[in-house]
Design a protein around this ligand. Sequence first.
Ligand code: MN
Length: 316
Amino acid sequence: MSKREGLVSAEECVALGAVAPALDSYPTRELSLGSLTVFRALPVKDRRLVGPWCFLDRFGPLTFAAGKPMDVAPHPHIGLQTVTWLLDGEVLHDDSLDSEAVLRPGGVNVMTSGGGIAHAEQTPRENIGRLDGVQLWVALPDDQRSGPAAFEHVKEVPLVETSGAAVRVFAGSFGSATSGTTHFSELVGLDVQLHPGRPFEWPLDPRFEHGLLVLSGDCAFMGQALEPRMFHYIGTSRSAAQLSSRAGARVLVIGGPPFAERILMWWNFVARTPEEIADARADWEAGRRFGEVRAYDGPRLSAPSLLQFARANPVS
Ligand code: MN
């Protein structure tokens, strides 16, 4: 065990520096976290980041007859943006800036931690009884990590109709459409709804690496079937690609230029050194730095022991 590992059981995450097209598929990991079952696509072994995207959880589809509504108590973040995207249902967001928003399908929530923020996410009292979505984190570059915390809610992200697909742009740009949310590295996040039997000709920025997660239906990338519940990495250096579906599908696409920095992830923190993680944990436990989520009725989450491998929250 290295000295670093002895202080904090954090995961070191780094881009692989792919310089070529690839098609590598990784199983997602099923985790039971609180009342939610999630499928974690990032980080996975050997594929820690895709562009600046460092975390991807899929939750649902579920109904509250079979599962429980979401209730993630206040918890802290440093070094990242959270990006929440729904296919079905609602999520109520509250944070220590006193931001409040109900997210619904078609909209996106982006929270920037800056040097520290706390938030809670739960199913609002009025809900349709179902939940389906993804939770993503974007690592902040080093020179932006200590900036102000912020929260953005976009009610309806741009929708681009092509002959093969309806493309919702929840982060970055697609063609002339941009999500309108603030980010600090180049990146893209798309929800691609493939029409049955009509190929989607996908123009890519060759500087970007991309990852794909099939959300529903059947999907092929360049004619090769993509297994569901797997995360598919397609590398860099592509300027065009094709996605297709026999019966229709929804596919999550994330990408960006390979992130140039090595990061450390532990619990809800993205950092560079174990000391930063230890300081952030101590501040949270002592009630410093992160503020209070006043709108949440109930106790906040306690940080795990530093020496414990600490899973991130399901909807973070
Ligand atoms: Mn969170």
